[in-house]
Structures are given as C-alpha cells and as structure tokens.
Write a protein that binds this ligand. Structure first.
Ligand SMILES: Nc1ncnc2c1ncn2[C@@H]1O[C@H](COP(=O)(O)OP(=O)(O)OP(=O)(O)O)[C@@H](O)[C@H]1O
Length: 494
C-alpha cells in the first residue's frame, strides 16, 4: 500500500495530502510545495474509524526556532478512501517504527530535576517534551525529584518493566541514576534499561555526545531520541575509594579540570558559561595538582588512537546498537555487578607518571561541555578509559592548548599526555585538592578506576557518539615520532 496518496480535509489548513515512500513521508498542503519528512521524524499516524479522522504527527526543524517543532495534522479522510485509511496509517507506523527496529509507545520512567542548570526543566518538559512523547503514544511515569539523592532512591527500586529511563536534567542526575541501579537487586537487567537525557542541566555532556553539537541542547531532538533512539551499549567505570565503589559514566577530574565544576556550583544559573568562568579562574590561580598517576595502559600513541577512531567511524553504520524492539537480552542476564579486576596494591603491568601535573582528566564521551571536546578519540564501548594528564607548564601553554578545545584540538597539544587505559589510579601527594566525579565533588583521597565494557545502555540515534573529530595532528609524521620518544623515555617508569 506504500505510495498511495491520502488526502484529508483539515479545519484550518484546507486539504493536506500524504504519501509514504521507502524513506520519506511526503506532506503536501494545497497551497504550498511538498515537504519531505524522513521516517525517523514521523511519530504518529492514526485513523479513528468512528469519526473518520486521520492524525499524522512529525517533528521538523524550523529556521529561527531554538527547538525542533512538533506538527500534528488532523482531518477527515475523503469518503472513498475511508475503508483503507486504517490500513494506511498502520503501514506508516510499521515503516517508521518496527521496520526501523523501534518499539512503539515506549513505557518511560521520567525523572525531572527542577533544580538543575538554569531551572528550566519543568517548563521545558511540560511545554515541549511531554507533548511530543504523548503524541507518540509513550506512557510517561513522571516524577519531579524533590531532593538530592531522590533519583538514586528511585533507580535503586525501579521495576524492570520500563523501556527507558528519561532524565530531564544535567549529567549529575544521570550519575545518581547509575549509582541507584548499581544498588538494584537485579543490577545487570536494570543497567540494560537504556537511559536517555533531556538536556536541562548546565553541562549536558552526555546529550551533546549522543545527539551532537548542533542538536545536543535541543530538548525536542532529545525527545525524538527517546521515541526513536536505539539502545547503545556503553562502558561504565567503577571508581573505588576507601573501599567504596561508585559508578561513574562520564569523567573524573583533578586539579585545573576539577576547578571547572567544583567551586562553580553557585553559578549554575549561568548555564555552561560557568565552566568557562571556572577555567579562567583556574588559569589565574595556576595551582599544581599534587598527585601521582599510574595506569594500566592499552594505547599511548595519539596518532594511532586517531587512526583507529577513523577506522571505527568508517565501519558498519550502527555497530553499537543493541538488537531492537525488546531491550532485555535474556541470555546475558546475570544477577550481580561485574567483580573488580584490579587490586589497589597491584603493581604488575602498571605505568607510573612522575612529572608534576597541572591536571588529570579521565573519561568517556568526547564532549564534557559545549566548548570542550576533552576526549575526542573516545569510543562508547572499547572497554577503555581515556586519561589525560597535563604537566605543569606556563599559562600561555595552557591557553594555547585550550584554543581549539571545542573541536578537540587540545588532544594534539605536544605537552598533553593522553593514554587509553584499562584502569588507572591516583595517589594524592598532599592533603588538599579538588576531585570531581561526573561533576560531583569527592574527597581528595586515593582512588582507582576500572572499566566495565558495555555495562551501561543509552538510547542513541546513531549507535555511536554523534561527534566528528576532524582535527589532524599538526605536527604529523616526523615530529610525532619525536613526541613518542619523549613520552616513553622521559617521564614514565614501568
Ligand atoms: N529538588 C532538588 N533540589 C535540590 N537538588 C536536587 C533536586 N533534585 C535533584 N537534585 C540534585 O541536583 C544536582 C544537579 O543535577 P543536574 O545534573 O540535573 O544539573 P546540573 O548539575 O546543573 O547539570 P550538569 O550535571 O550537566 O552540570 C544533582 O546532584 C541532584 O542530586
């Protein structure tokens, strides 16, 4: 039945015709040219037999609008086509959902943090996000968090019949959800319920990574990801400190990089500008970060990391997407978190970095904020954590290093050490300093981090981070060999 044209008569827009092709829904108003809506943006086609009315809904980008717009068109189907309208609407739904590997009418646990970022979460959810989710037929069980720790409590006792957990917040609430799930009676099954962020916090790093720099702060694009995204397996980290295990999904920051978060909490109202304020303040203060860093290295050649990223990006299109429709994989169900592999006292195969440092920053996901692609060669489920360490140098050095930070160019800074590791540990050499884990403050005390490959799940439109790292090594070939020699020979002891 694809290809057949259906025309409806609407109360306000005259006649509107629809035709479905293999990839598009064509929408034609009598007085305007035909709109081409990709299947992915179509969220509803429904025919009501009793009234003879057809509703078609989709999202489109409109110039000058901050967010994608929801269009819902209702109207009476012409008499002679009424008998086939139900079947046509069903064939549209089949094409835009099941044929794309997506279950319709997802059941969602929605956590709205009224306190995050610029405190817009409640208004944005009610005005923009909820109408989109409801139009798509999603079942939303909405809770407004009332206190710190609330999302943790909810996630810990979550029933496992949700298709996704939606956080209308920043990254901080996701950290809480992850740690609630880690304490769940059935953590592996709970971790296989995908999380999808609606970006209303100040940093929104996860949303930028899943949706890209152009769409990453668009709450309507994020809502579309909730409806149409597919589960993407991601690595999570165990952060252990003083015998306590915490799950981290994004980053651990020490020194200058922790200054961006810690101490700018009271500036949440600024949105992500607060991180720039933190950076400038950190550069003015220019305090060294008194720690010893050790890691279990997997790769330490930047050029190889960038080449391997390009190879992966050219690989199969949705390589990281889990099988569609049903999210729970019965075979992979085990009932406990993976055990820790590395003991704190284990020295075998560990490399120690001996240079005085200005900061250590480790994590997963290229963007940590809109202006900073900190981990450009990060991959969702390579089983590794990207660790960077900046030795104490001049303010000028740091500033030049940050110049192309929004495009990930600081990766190539000759003084920045960047490794992919299975695990790493930090031992403070003094008692005072800053440590932030996923943006939350932690005691400045010894800790260790290891990676659990593919333990977590996010909803993703692409099955990979929606981030292009196009920057090439400015020193290219010859000079990069010099850097490599210096890297291995001078500052490390094995
Ligand atoms: N009702 C509430 N009152 C106070 N704090 C809350 C409330 N609900 C949640 N929180 C806390 O707010 C903190 C920040 O949440 P969130 O991640 O949404 O915003 P953000 O920190 O501004 O954004 P980002 O993490 O992206 O920088 C979380 O640690 C969470 O525990």
């Amino acid at each position: 039945m694809d290809g057949e044209e259906f025309t409806i008569t609407t109360p306000t827009q005259g006649n509107v015709s629809f035709r479905l092709t293999d990839t598009l829904l064509l929408v034609k108003h009598s007085d305007s040219k035909c709109k081409e809506i990709p299947h992915r943006q179509v969220i509803k086609a429904a025919f009501d037999t009793a009234s003879g009315s057809l509703e078609v809904a989709y999202l489109t980008k409109k110039t000058k609008k901050k967010y994608m717009s929801l269009t819902s068109i209702h109207g009476q189907v012409q008499d002679e086509k009424r008998g086939r309208a139900g079947e046509w609407a069903e064939s549209v739904m089949q094409s835009v959902y099941e044929d794309a590997g997506v279950k319709r009418a997802r059941r969602l646990k929605v956590l709205v943090n009224p306190h995050g970022g610029t405190k817009q979460a409640v208004a944005l959810f009610i005005k923009i996000v909820e109408p989109i989710l409801r139009t798509a037929g999603c079942h939303c069980d909405v809770i407004h968090t009332t206190h710190q720790g609330h999302a943790y409590e909810i996630a810990k006792d979550l029933t496992l019949d949700y298709d996704a957990i939606i956080t209308v917040s920043g990254d901080g609430l996701i950290h809480e959800v992850m740690n609630g799930i880690a304490q769940h009676a059935d953590p592996i099954r709970a971790f296989s319920i995908p999380i999808a962020p609606i970006p209303t916090g100040s940093g929104n790093g996860l949303s930028l990574n899943l949706l890209g720099i152009t769409d990453g702060l668009d709450v309507a694009v994020a809502a579309l990801n909730v409806i149409k995204g597919r589960p993407m397996k991601v690595d999570l980290f165990s952060f252990t400190q003083n015998g306590k295990r915490t799950v981290s999904f994004m980053s651990q920051a020490l020194g200058l990089m922790a200054d961006l978060d810690v101490g700018t909490e009271h500036l949440r109202w600024m949105g992500d500008v607060r991180f720039m304020v933190g950076l400038i303040r950190g550069i003015i203060q220019f305090k060294p970060c008194p720690v010893q860093l050790s890691f279990k290295v997997a790769e330490n050649d930047k050029a190889k990391m960038a080449a391997s990223l390009r190879t992966r990006q050219m690989g199969d299109d949705d390589g990281n997407l889990a099988s569609p429709v049903s999210f729970m994989s019965e075979e992979s169900v085990s009932d406990a978190l993976p055990p820790l592999k590395y003991l704190h006292e284990d020295e075998d195969g560990w490399t120690t970095f001996d240079e005085p440092l200005l900061y250590v920053y480790a994590g997963k996901g290229p963007y940590v904020g809109r202006d900073f692609m900190a981990f450009p060669v990060s991959w969702p489920n390579d089983g590794l954590i990207d660790v960077m360490a900046m030795p104490v140098s001049s303010r000028k050095d740091i500033l030049t290093g940050m110049a192309g930070a929004h495009k990930g160019e600081s990766f190539w800074h000759p003084r920045l050490h960047y490794v992919k590791a299975h695990a790493y540990r930090v031992k403070p050499l003094k008692s005072t300093g800053y440590l932030a884990v996923d943006g939350e403050i932690f005691p400045f005390e010894e800790f260790q981090v290891e990676v659990h490959q593919g333990l977590g799940t996010f909803l993703s439109p692409y099955g990979r981070y929606a981030v292009d790292f196009t920057s090439r090594n400015p020193l290219e070939t010859a000079k990069s060999d010099v850097m490599k020699t210096e890297y291995k020979g001078k500052h490390y002891r094995h």
